[in-house]
Design a protein around this ligand. Structure first.
Ligand SMILES: [Zn+2]
Length: 322
């Protein structure tokens, strides 16, 4: 397979690799691993969500292929024997068509994840427009398009070298299905680089809330170009679940594997470690804030952070040294 050599953004390559190796966490796959979940396609709600359905057969996916004027390609791909062969055939297409296909599959997976997270904000022609813009941008600017402005490139280089600390915390409300998550990212000197909070739904236990938060923290760190991170949590169970394989077959096993897989694919170094509650107050306060909020994710880089974040950052450090 030539996925890693193909000319497309890194994130898309990673997605393709996972698609080809059947390791995207779609619902049918999660169920096969012993977790009781609804296996219906989150887009159409009619048939089981496996890779072939989600990307090729779902009626909404079909309308996207048509919007992109790639329906002939879709029909040819339907005859493939499994995802590897499908990706292999896509990578053989002429450059622009190939880019359109891979960007579209990636965008579709993104839309599907947003749908599950409760952000149903799409229609096929909107997604098609977005994909076309991505493709044009990539063809025009190549790697620079991926990194954005010069500032962000510098930021990525800067953040890529040092070990950043991400403190994460998830919280569950009385209402068992609703909770909040929050994390703060600090540089080697302990200065906050960013803070994010959000709410989550359909949470069944505290460990799931902690693990979901950890994954959100890693997503953010990766999108900011960070390469070496230390994730700190006050949940000993989560540290054990991530540093061993002891809980891989338990209720949240799929989530633990997802975290380890994302960490190993996207970072040079990730360490999961425990910190006492007293040193995790900022993340805790952010998680409570997230649970109250109606937003899926609220990004609060230091200049927009509420007052309590600044106060608590100081006290988190004081606890450590005091
Ligand atoms: Zn469907």
């Amino acid at each position: 397979m030539t996925i890693w050599k193909s000319e497309c953004p890194g994130k898309v390559k990673q997605f393709l690799w996972r698609l080809a190796h059947n390791s995207l966490p779609h619902r049918w796959r999660i169920e096969r691993r012993g977790m009781e979940i609804d296996t219906l396609c989150p887009m159409c709600g009619r048939l089981n969500e496996d890779g072939a359905h989600l990307f090729l057969k779902c009626k909404f996916a079909k309308s996207l292929w048509r919007e992109m004027q790639l329906n002939e390609e879709r029909e040819r791909l339907l005859a493939c024997d499994g995802p590897k062969e499908m990706i292999y055939n896509i990578l053989k297409l002429p450059e622009e068509k190939k880019l359109k296909c891979v960007m579209m599959l990636w965008a579709w997976w993104d839309v599907r994840n947003k749908e599950i997270a409760g952000e149903p904000s799409w229609n096929p022609s909107y997604v098609a427009r977005r994909v076309n813009v991505l493709v044009e941008d990539w063809l025009r600017h190549g790697l620079n398009a991926q990194l954005g402005s010069q500032d962000k490139t510098e930021c990525s280089v800067h953040l890529g070298q040092e070990v950043l600390q991400i403190n994460v915390d998830g919280s569950m409300r009385e209402n068992p299905s609703r909770g909040g998550w929050g994390f703060i990212i600090k540089d080697a000197k302990g200065q906050p680089v960013g803070a994010v909070a959000g709410h989550m739904q359909h949470i069944s236990d505290p460990l799931q809330a902690e693990a979901t938060t950890c994954l959100q923290g890693l997503y953010a760190a990766e999108s900011w170009g960070m390469m070496r991170v230390q994730v700190q949590t006050d949940s000993l169970n989560l540290v054990q679940a991530l540093n061993t394989r002891d809980l891989d077959l338990a209720a949240n096993g799929v989530l633990f594997k997802e975290i380890r897989c994302f960490a190993s694919l996207n970072f040079n170094q990730v360490v999961f470690s425990f910190c006492p509650r007293a040193c995790n107050k900022v993340a805790d306060a952010l998680a409570s804030f997230g649970a109250e909020s109606d937003l899926i994710a609220t990004v609060m880089w230091p200049d927009q952070a509420p007052e309590f974040v600044h106060g608590l950052v100081a006290s988190d450090c004081a606890e450590l040294f005091g």
